[in-house]
Design a protein around this ligand. Structure first.
Ligand SMILES: Cc1cc2nc3c(=O)[nH]c(=O)nc-3n(C[C@H](O)[C@H](O)[C@H](O)COP(=O)(O)OP(=O)(O)OC[C@H]3O[C@@H](n4cnc5c(N)ncnc54)[C@H](O)[C@@H]3O)c2cc1C
Length: 300
């Protein structure tokens, strides 16, 4: 991290909440579930499907983790009531992975059952490398009991091709990402070109084994190669879609949609938006540069 990054990041807690709120407003739907649903409805009217995420992570209290389950079942119910094409996406440490794998499994298991009853999907997200092994174990257990669950894999991590190989046979649904957590060079690609090459290779590997892949990216150069990949293989929109973050590079979404690709937008919400945004920015200062650059462009 550069000295400038360090100075800027150290001032984050000093930024008044209304200004932070304005900065975050493009990327976060609001504090409440009804605000997230309204945002999803707006996106649906523009032809985009959605993913709904309650902001939060690193819960170390069982009662709190079970409250998160309750919030997510309410989110799934609200998506159903609004007849939206959307599903919930949940971080393992938000449902207690740091307390125990069994607790995280139990909460995912209950939520997957609830979502299945509503005809909805559930995505298990991926956090930093310290959680990868446990998250994959929880996912594999979950997958044995539910057909409506998927995982996230990170191309940044050197282990990912081996993880793909090791996943049990059967239907598989993966959101492929570069990986938001900066990881040490011993276990991860660090150069942008290598992360991109690994993304393409992992995606091809996933298609080879018949997986459905959500291509979560805003990297238009890499997306062009991904489109080439799906076109060459003659894959339909039942095998892939683009996924994007709310507020990030919207002109690209339109371009892809007009070109016949499905685009699903990730909509985060929740009262913990400020603490969550600050933690995220601290973990990945590049993100801070993206946000500032995009915000300046948006306001100019
Ligand atoms: C739907 C979705 C779900 C995700 N889930 C996970 C997950 O579970 N685990 C995980 O580790 N990572 C997750 N990520 C984040 C992902 O790993 C990357 O960090 C992120 O997508 C940026 O990589 P990129 O492929 O867009 O390429 P980049 O090269 O990083 O970005 C391309 C361009 O997009 C813009 N951009 C990208 N991100 C932002 C941003 N946040 N704000 C403003 N501008 C931005 C910038 O202009 C940048 O130049 C998710 C991403 C998406 C889209």
């Amino acid at each position: 991290m550069s000295a400038l990054d360090q100075i800027v990041l150290s001032t984050l807690p000093l930024i008044p909440t209304p200004i932070m709120r304005r900065l975050a407003g493009r990327y976060i739907a609001g504090e409440r579930l009804d605000e997230a649903i309204a945002r999803l409805q707006g996106l649906a009217s523009e032809g985009h499907a959605g993913v709904i995420d309650l902001l939060g992570e690193d819960v170390r209290d069982e009662a709190q983790a079970r409250k998160v389950l309750h919030s997510y079942t309410a989110a799934a119910d609200a998506v159903h009531a609004a007849r939206l094409d959307a599903y919930v996406s949940v971080k393992p440490t938000h449902v207690g992975l740091e307390l125990s794998e069994d607790l995280a499994f139990d909460i995912y298991h209950q939520l997957a059952g609830h979502c299945a009853g509503l005809g909805q999907f559930l995505r298990v997200e991926m956090e930093d490398h310290a959680t990868t092994e446990r998250t994959l174990r929880v996912f594999e257990r979950l997958r044995r009991e539910h057909h409506n669950v998927g995982i996230v894999l990170q191309s940044r991590l050197l282990r990912t091709p081996v993880d793909i190989e090791a996943l049990a046979p059967g239907p598989l649904d993966v959101r492929m990402v570069k990986g938001i957590y900066l990881e040490p060079a011993e276990i991860a690609h660090t150069a942008p070109g290598a992360i991109r090459d690994a993304y393409l290779a992992c995606t091809a590997q996933l298609f080879d084994r018949g997986a459905t892949v959500s291509l979560a990216t805003h990297d238009e150069v890499m997306a062009a190669d991904l489109i080439k990949l799906v076109t060459e293989r003659g894959l339909g929109t039942d095998r892939y879609e683009f996924q994007v973050l709310l507020g990030v590079r919207e002109p690209l979404w339109k371009l892809w949609k007009d070109d016949g690709h499905r685009v699903r937008v990730y909509v985060p919400y929740g009262p913990e938006w400020r603490a969550y945004s600050q933690r995220r920015l601290r973990k990945n200062p590049q993100l801070f540069r993206h946000v500032v650059r995009d915000t300046l462009r948006f306001w100019s």
